[in-house]
Design a protein around this ligand. Sequence first.
Ligand code: UN1
Length: 511
Amino acid sequence: MKKKKIKKRMSKKLESKNLGRPYNFINGQWKKAGLGGNQFENRNPATGELLGIYPQSTAKDLEEAVEAAQKAFKSWRKVPVAKRGEILLRAMRVLQEHKEEFAQTMTREMGKILSETCGDVQEAIDTAFYYAGEGRRFFGQTTTSELPDKFAMTLRMPVGVCGLITPWNFPMAIPSWKIFPSLLCGNSMILKPASYTPDSARNLVMVLQEAGVPPGVVNLVYGSGNVIGRALLEYPEISLISFTGSSSVGSNIAEICGKKMKKCSLELGGKNAQIVMEDADLDLALEGALWGAFGTSGQRCTATSRLIVHEKIFKQFRDKLVDQARSLRIGNGLNPLVQMGPLVSQAQLETVHQYVKIGKMKDHAKLLIGGEILKEGEYERGFFYPPTIFVGTPEMRIAQEEIFGPVVVLIPVKSFEEAMSIVNNSRYGLSGSIYTRDVNRVMRAIQEMETGITYINAPTIGAEVHLPFGGVKQTGNGHREAGVTVLDIFSEWKTVYIDYSGKLQKAQIDA
Ligand code: UN1
């Protein structure tokens, strides 16, 4: 592989970072943002170190990207799907070669621990592999006609230019969930990544460039949601918006896309619950709870934020959970001994702390552990928050609203029925889990849990890329990313009828 070439590009990248030269990627070139564009800083949330300076692009930069994408779409859509898949296979290899390095960059810019950022890059690798293979399937349907000498089939057609707006918590995995299937379907696109993780977005786009994606097919435009995100929604030339983020922003996006009749796919909030029944393997359930609630410092839309525990084992579970949470090592995610990194930003730290205050003062929930910002010693310059555990009731705000931090509410219950009704007492419905050894309860949970994803004897996090990902209620708008289902987002079905009878045949009328 052209390892040298990418190394050269990488060192160029470092150089540009240090000089603070602001780069977008438009029409196959790394470009400065337009005149008058402000800049934003990329800082390490564990140390405060300045990592780079990026452009706040202007509408003019975006316009250039939209034009490039429109032009590139015309030829990209004609490239055979299998060939598009081969480019993804190459992207997979480049990602594999740089996995460790990309993970380090990611830990530096958003804080999660190195094993998790390696997992994030791995998720992008898996996604590339999966959709590369899909390039040799891409199945439609063939069927018969109700009329003689007539044939019917369906094909997937590209949607056009796509606007992709991605979050910082999975800085490579989530953009890859959108970019790779969208590429496979023959679309061109503009990526507007979260401003907390510009380096990871740049690494991903460099991989695609290296893998041979033609100029203009994937464009990267840095900037704020208010300027670039919003402008993406306005362009009539952009046919689809795919967004992962908060429910409040998602609902605004849906409104604008609705008015403009734009296709729109949303992956939004969660308030995911893990049930622990009295017959569960307690140690397993504990391990799952710790990973689900405090992995990624709770900054996953699939994170466990409610633990619904049968009263018979409540005390035992609570005490062990508090003990084990207390012993989690918090710090800089680059240190291999650290188990939980910082939150991504000062703003996120404040939001989380605000919710903890609401929990204590307004909800009157019982705080068992945590609840104070960590400021001393090694935590001085970062945004560190400890594992925080409350005992509460289902209606409390801390048990209803998405916090996106290492905060979990324990809720005791008397029965399976009560547990299930609490799980479902939520405006969200992304992920849910139950720990039990009773097969009847397992099957009932699968049927009754109002979530897009249900785990049995496993935590609420850890979805795999070849299965549909998404949720019900306010978690989304009915689409599913990943798996084969994401192709329904990034392609349009074309139904084809071929009449070879040589005469006019009237469906529904000719017997
Ligand atoms: C997210 O939290 O936004 O299932 C995505 C998981 C990961 C993806 C999470 N594979 O936890």
